[in-house]
Design a protein around this ligand. Structure first.
Ligand SMILES: [Zn+2]
Length: 268
């Protein structure tokens, strides 16, 4: 109904899927509804993915805007994510991740520095090292997450290539900043509380297991900020349609097991 007849692209094409349920839309008309879930066919048109501000034009302002948007409205943001196997799409996602990892690492070190009140030179040197270590740890965690997403997508027959998994994880890295806030504040509080308790002599036996248990809880809560965003992102792109599905090496094939039941031609 909302279909704009002047849209030049033919839709659906052979490998278009319903973005809500993954039903193959081949042979259906744009003004119809998905036979599986009832969502209008045209709602899965790639024009509904104009891209985030950072995807359109990377700048400090658009970094802040995209970050805020992904944190505030993750579902809507990933619904608008421009997807594709093009190099620039991946490159921008990686740059977004780099900035988030760097800012998160800096934030964590500043919090630790403030809480630990170490000597100036020693503190700053340690902080520099911490920033580097945290930066690489966050990059590694994001990389591991990408492998996990690819693995689960194959098992569940979602159409998420490795490039798309990297893209989702890249923008979900907006969650690393709140994560480091939780790690920094939570970790410092746990140390202070357990050291203070140790000084008074109470709970001395149970102090180390308790400390590590609490630190683990803090680590898990921080990680959850990132994981939740990845989860929401994956759900919004698992059947995403690319604006250019027929480019060479395109991952936009219909996953096995999701072919059209009675194969008809979409030509009118
Ligand atoms: Zn559907």
């Amino acid at each position: 109904m909302a279909y704009n007849a002047s849209t030049p692209d033919r839709f659906p094409v052979d490998n278009s899927l319903c973005e809500a349920c993954g039903y193959p839309l081949r042979g259906l008309r744009p003004e119809w509804n998905c036979p599986e879930c009832g969502q209008p066919v045209v709602a899965s048109h790639p024009r509904h993915r104009p891209g985030l501000a950072w995807q359109q034009q990377p700048s400090w302002r658009n970094f802040a805007r995209t970050w805020w948007r992904v944190i505030r409205r993750p579902r809507e943001s990933f619904r608008k994510l421009a997807v594709g196997s093009d190099l620039w799409v991946r490159d921008r996602a990686t740059r977004f991740l780099s900035l988030n990892a760097l800012l998160a690492a800096l934030l964590l070190s500043v919090i630790i520095l403030v809480f630990s009140r170490t000597y100036w030179i020693a503190g700053v040197l340690t902080s520099g090292l911490q920033v580097m270590v945290t930066y690489f740890v966050l990059f590694t965690l994001t990389g591991v997450e990408v492998l996990g997403v690819v693995y689960f997508s194959r098992r569940r027959r979602w159409r998420i290539s490795r490039a798309m998994a990297s893209e989702v994880a890249g923008y979900a890295s907006a969650g690393w900043l709140p994560a480091s806030l939780i790690w920094g504040l939570g970790g410092s509080l746990v140390f202070r509380a357990t050291v203070a308790t140790a000084r008074t002599g109470r709970l001395l036996l149970g102090i180390y297991p308790l400390r590590y248990l609490l630190l683990f809880v803090v680590f898990f809560l921080g990680l959850l900020c990132f994981e939740l965003l990845v989860y929401i992102g994956v759900r919004q792109v698992r059947y995403a349609n690319s604006p250019c599905p027929n480019t060479p090496n395109s991952p936009w094939v219909v996953p096995p097991g999701r072919e059209t039941p009675g194969s008809q031609d979409s030509e009118t």
